[in-house]
Write a protein that binds this ligand. Structure first.
Ligand code: PLP
Length: 503
């Protein structure tokens, strides 16, 4: 690329990094430029591997250190982040992640550990894991915990495998996993991965699971039901009011209940899933306990089980004998490993630091504030946007853009894009699937009343714009480096790596 190829109006913001025009703008490489100088060779020169393993050429960008710094700094500025603005992405819990978590996770005492180190040299790390297991067990009301799963969905897989192992031990494998239509999409996907046929249970008009439909299904399938995977609070942001009846009905046919606890930030310190009859639960430490996430990981999906299911947990489990912590591999009924080594240890450190910083009362306060903030938004936007389930919500509230769509042809996607112009990350949209034009708003507890008030004002403003100047909303965003993207193509034909421009 030569200088003259760059348009004078520096339109690089238009396309930089997202839709690079072939070779132009994105390309920073210049023949002969370099950012490092290698020291003189001070070891004997080695022979190259056999010729078939050696590439003829290795085209790498030729850039200076400054080029690299500018490139990545610019890319980071094009990303929205919790550290830049309000990010009410429902179900994802984009709360503020205190920096002390990272500071302590980066201590060499933690970050320089090797997974093959002798147990006697990692007693501190094992103690941290053990205590984290204990606290998560206490919060869940379920006594045994594995920290191995690396994501929420991975915790679900672990749980579903435990359900499978449990029925195998009972001497009879079962065929069906029941899934409410208000469950997170990972629930049916997980059940299917383990080989279960999924049966959908509908939601009633009040936003709860339709108890009669559940009972009919249980009557019909009886002892072929392996269990029920329920997201609570559901993806409608609602607490399942019939949870005790549901647990009783499923247990009556010998099934187990898996609770998707990715959003335990709505329950910590207030209700224990174990007390509600739940048998297995996963957490997302990378939501509830402030481990940073987004971009696909790494996460931490600790999973808790009731006492008689502890024997099936993945090996190893961190255990304690007197004053000594150790990795317990002696568990003959274990489902085996679900991951290399012990899980994402540095994320355990982050979750642990967060929990210690807040303490028991602080964690309960976290939950109450998360629920309060969501209900504040619900009450303020009711009447402006359609509220399909008009009752107290938990950590998030689901609105619908149906009115704007029907009256002005402004869809939820347009509203989401318009929010970006106001410096706000869009909520989760078109999910849950059962709500047309859904907008799933999760403010989290870390946002101030001022931030929520501004968000509410912006949402009202966009509703006015939809009525008065719908084109402005439909053509949003207007103030971003790139406008609307071809998201389908971005998902199907992603350009994920730099490739050198053709000569
Ligand atoms: C985020 C989420 C998951 C999945 O968690 P991952 O870590 O992305 O696999 C599952 N269920 C619910 C309710 C969630 O919000």
């Amino acid at each position: 690329m030569t200088q003259t190829a760059i348009p004078m109006h520096t339109a690089e913001d238009e396309t930089y990094g997202f839709v690079p025009r072939e070779g132009v703008l994105f390309e920073r490489s210049a023949e002969g430029r370099t950012g490092v100088e290698l020291p003189p060779l001070d070891v004997p020169e080695a022979d190259l591997p056999p010729a078939e393993f050696v590439r003829d050429e290795l085209p790498l960008p030729q850039v200076s250190e400054l080029d690299v710094v500018r490139h990545f700094t610019r890319l980071s500025q094009y990303n929205f982040a919790v550290d830049l603005g309000f990010y009410p992405l429902g179900s994802c819990t984009m709360k503020y992640n205190p920096k002390i978590n990272d500071a302590i996770a980066n201590w060499p005492a933690f970050s320089h550990l090797h997974p093959y180190q002798d147990e006697s040299t990692v007693q501190g790390a094992l103690r941290l894991m053990y205590e984290l297991q204990e606290w998560l067990a206490e919060i869940a009301g379920l006594p045994a915990v594995t920290l191995q799963p690396s994501a929420g969905a991975h915790g679900e897989l672990t749980g579903a495998l435990i359900i499978h192992a449990y029925h195998a031990k009972q001497g009879r494998q079962r065929k069906h996993m029941l899934i409410p239509d208000s469950a997170h999409g990972t629930n049916p996907a997980t059940a299917a991965m383990v080989g279960y046929e999924t049966v959908t249970i509908p939601t009633g008009a009040d936003g709860n699971l339709d108890l009669d439909a559940l009972k009919r299904t249980l009557d019909e399938l009886g002892e072929d039901v392996a269990g029920l995977m329920i997201t609570n609070p559901s993806t409608l942001g609602l607490f399942e009011e019939h949870i005790l009846d549901i647990a009783e009905a499923v247990h009556a046919v010998g099934g187990l209940i898996y609770m998707d606890g990715a959003n335990m930030n709505a329950m910590v310190g207030v209700a224990k899933p174990g007390d509600l009859g739940m048998d297995i639960l996963h957490y997302n430490l990378h939501k509830t306990f402030s481990v940073p996430h987004g971009g696909g990981g790494p996460g931490a999906g600790a999973t808790a089980v009731r006492a008689d299911l502890a024997r099936f947990l993945p090996v190893p489990v961190v255990a304690k004998d007197g004053d000594r912590y150790y990795l317990d591999y002696d568990r003959p009924d274990s489902i085996g490993r679900v991951r290399a080594f012990y899980g994402n240890f540095n994320n355990m450190v982050r979750g642990y630091v967060y929990m210690r910083a807040l303490g028991g009362n602080g964690l309960t306060e976290m939950t109450k504030d998360a629920v309060l903030n969501a209900n504040y938004v619900r009450a303020q936007l009711k009447g402006v946007y359609h509220l399909p389930f008009d009752r107290i919500c938990k950590h998030e509230v689901v609105f619908s853009g149906q009115w704007q769509a029907e009256r002005y042809g402004v869809r939820t996607l347009d509203i989401a894009k318009r929010l970006i112009d106001y410096g706000i990350h869009p909520p989760t949209i078109y999910f849950p699937l059962t709500v047309p034009e859904a907008m799933m708003i999760e403010p989290t507890e870390t946002e101030s009343k001022q931030t929520l008030d501004r968000f509410i004002a912006v949402m009202k403003q966009i509703a006015r714009e939809a009525e008065e100047t719908p084109e402005v909303v439909k053509s949003a965003p207007h103030r971003t480096p790139v406008r609307r993207l071809d998201e389908a193509r971005a998902a199907r034909q992603p350009v994920l790596r730099w490739t050198p421009p053709a000569e």
